[in-house]
Design a protein around this ligand. Structure first.
Ligand SMILES: [Zn+2]
Ligand SMILES: [Zn+2]
Length: 328
């Protein structure tokens, strides 16, 4: 067995050896996340932008070893695509096969620079504020979502949330990373999940937003707190309520346990779905009232009321029923 050094190409023609050298050659590679345009970038754990000195240090000494580890993982434990569930993927290719990645309904420009709402009906227009943001409806500074709340991502979120299929967290975090803009990342110093009420947490056993926030923070090498922002009251699901009802539903629902820890902090607020924006906005309002300098919201998906869902099949129906029964 060769050492795997990039210069030792002579004995590497295929199979494990080619993958091994591929990993080592790519060991120091990073990629920039794009807000718009084709998402043809690797969707793997290695896709975190290199922003911290610690990460840069690791590229000097740690990456070759990590490359070796990943090559062995590719050999022993390839992953099944999180989308189609049919294609086996080497670890360095991530969680989504190329076809599934291309088929996702990515949210791209033109969009509202504040709340991230895409303007699907005017694809050639520039980014501009939406009606709600013109009316100053949201308290967060920005909100971004990776994809529309539809298709396979919607199913995976439902399976995570209502079926406790926690293995969908890493593929969903990959989507979160792709939605996170580089300039936004530089303005973040603390990750917080949208909290569940303690009763809901006991029922479900986990907070899906907490799991996503934890995995995301780990990849970004940022601190995460689960008990700073609290949900004081149980709320109804936002989807079926009118705007006024939505606001009333979440008003006063959140609180902060230790306000001094928020003083001047730049928060990345994480949730699974951007439904109406009122929950994220209420959280942002409370955080800012407690001293947070800024709040950027990030969700895996975004429900667009004017976009028809194309899901079908009894499985989807079952998850929808569960979703209605177990409120978000
Ligand atoms: Zn696939
Ligand atoms: Zn907007």
């Amino acid at each position: 067995m060769g050492t795997g050094h990039p210069h030792e190409k002579r004995a590497v023609r295929g199979g494990w050896a080619r993958r091994l050298t591929g990993r080592l050659k790519n060991g120091v590679a990073s990629f920039r996340m794009k807000r718009s345009g084709r998402r043809d970038l690797p969707n793997d754990a290695a896709s975190v932008p290199e922003t911290s000195p610690r990460r840069l240090e690791r590229t000097i000494f740690g990456e070759p070893l990590r490359g070796l580890g990943n090559a062995l993982l590719d050999l022993c434990l390839p992953r099944m695509c999180a989308g189609c569930g049919e294609k086996w993927l080497p670890h360095h290719e991530g969680f989504w096969c190329e076809d599934c990645r291309d088929a996702l309904s990515w949210i791209r420009s033109p969009l509202c620079p504040q709340c991230g709402r895409p303007f699907l009906k005017s694809p050639s227009s520039p980014d501009h504020l939406c009606g709600e943001c013109l009316l100053d409806a949201f308290s967060f500074d920005t909100a971004r979502s990776a994809v529309q709340h539809a298709g396979v991502v919607r199913r995976r979120i439902h399976q995570l949330k209502f079926g406790a299929q926690l293995h969908w967290v890493p593929p969903l975090v990959v989507l979160l990373l792709q939605a996170l803009e580089q300039e936004c990342l530089s303005r973040i110093d603390l990750v917080l999940p949208v909290p569940l009420h303690v009763h809901r947490l006991r029922e479900r056993g986990f907070n899906q937003a907490g799991l996503l926030a934890k995995a995301l923070a780990r990849r970004l090498e940022l601190p995460v707190q689960y008990d700073l922002l609290l949900r004081k009251h149980r709320t109804q699901p936002q989807t079926r309520l009118h705007r006024t009802q939505r606001l009333q539903n979440v008003r006063g629902a959140f609180g902060v346990s230790r306000p001094h820890e928020l003083e001047g902090r730049k928060i990345l607020l994480v949730d699974d779905v951007f439904t109406t924006g009122t929950t994220l906005s209420e959280c942002a309002k409370v955080l800012k009232e407690s001293g947070a300098a800024s709040v950027h919201a990030l969700t895996v998906s975004r429900a667009l009321p004017d976009v028809r869902q194309h899901d079908s099949g009894s499985g989807e129906q079952a998850w929808d029923t569960a979703a209605k029964r177990v409120l978000a």
